[in-house]
Design a protein around this ligand. Structure first.
Ligand SMILES: [Zn+2]
Ligand SMILES: [Zn+2]
Length: 299
């Protein structure tokens, strides 16, 4: 009877575990949500706090977000001061583990004399938070997330590690593809003239130079002096195309294009917040690499 009871308990326990609720994870950056899904697979349920098209630079958690995070075993931030509100968040979520995924990834700094940055938190001389534009960094981040998930759910350790390594292999493939595509761009054209100063890690990985300027972002009225400086910078760089943000002022774009002869290329996705088809890390890289190659490669 005792034996039967043990088997019965084992059976019931087994059923409970098989139907166990997935681990709840929240992400403060759309690409960290994507990463948690890649590594966690079916064992995790991910809440993307910022969501498609949202702006992780300006995110402020609402009460509903706070309660989702409170119910999560892990909250993923990009780190490197991307989420400048993290200190306050830690105070209100003392019982939840908040992981800065990019923390151990080598940093690049925003140049001391760079005028144009993504937002007031990431100005000249500060840490550049956009580490996710390096494919190698993202592979490394996958291992960081696998370790963090395994700490919360030791039974899933082997699965998280296997998922991270399979994802890493896919990213190796993606990097090879990106390199061969970008090789089509002549050396003298390997410059990204853009408004959102977000591509330093990308440039570092693929041998490009970033030239951040005014007049390509969503601000409607670029001052004539700034516009003149942009036109001068574009002329000096000799690039055949510049990369606006989505929703950039048509008027500014037209005057830049007219004055310099540079084409206006498709917008680049800076913060991993692409919509629909372009959401997620791999799609972001594919779209950006394709836009860059199409715009700058020799015709
Ligand atoms: Zn910023
Ligand atoms: Zn940004």
């Amino acid at each position: 009877m005792k034996q039967f009871f043990r088997i019965w308990i084992g059976f019931v326990f087994g059923i409970c575990m098989a139907g166990a609720a997935p681990l709840q994870v929240s992400a403060l950056h759309p690409l960290m949500a994507d990463l948690a899904r890649q590594v966690g697979g079916e064992r995790v349920r991910v809440f993307d706090m910022v969501g498609e098209g949202g702006n992780p630079h300006r995110f402020e958690p609402r009460p509903a977000d706070m309660s989702k995070m409170r119910d999560s075993v892990l909250v993923l931030a990009a780190g490197k001061n991307m989420e400048s509100y993290l200190g306050r968040l830690r105070e209100s979520l003392a019982e939840v583990t908040i992981l800065e995924v990019g923390h151990t990834i080598p940093s690049l700094m925003v140049g001391k004399d760079e005028v144009y940055s993504c937002c007031p938190n990431h100005g000249a001389g500060s840490l550049d938070p956009h580490w996710w534009h390096s494919i190698s960094n993202m592979s490394r981040a996958a291992r960081v997330v696998a370790t963090a998930l395994a700490e919360k759910d030791p039974d899933g350790k082997a699965i998280y590690q296997a998922n991270a390594s399979a994802y890493g292999k896919r990213l190796d493939e993606l990097k090879r593809w990106a390199k061969s595509e970008l090789a089509k761009v002549p050396r003298g054209q390997r410059k990204l003239v853009t408004a959102h100063n977000a591509f330093a890690y990308f440039a570092h990985e693929f041998g490009f130079q970033v030239i951040a300027v005014a007049g390509l972002n969503q601000e409607q009225d670029t001052a004539p002096k700034e516009l003149a400086a942009t036109i001068e910078a574009v002329r000096k760089s000799g690039v055949s195309a510049v990369f606006p943000e989505e929703g950039a002022s048509k008027k500014s774009l037209e005057s830049i294009s007219k004055a310099t002869g540079a084409k206006i290329a498709s917008p680049l996705i800076a913060d991993g917040n692409g919509h629909g088809k372009s959401s997620g890390f791999e799609s972001m890289i594919r779209q950006n690499v394709t836009s860059i190659t199409q715009a700058l490669a020799a015709q």
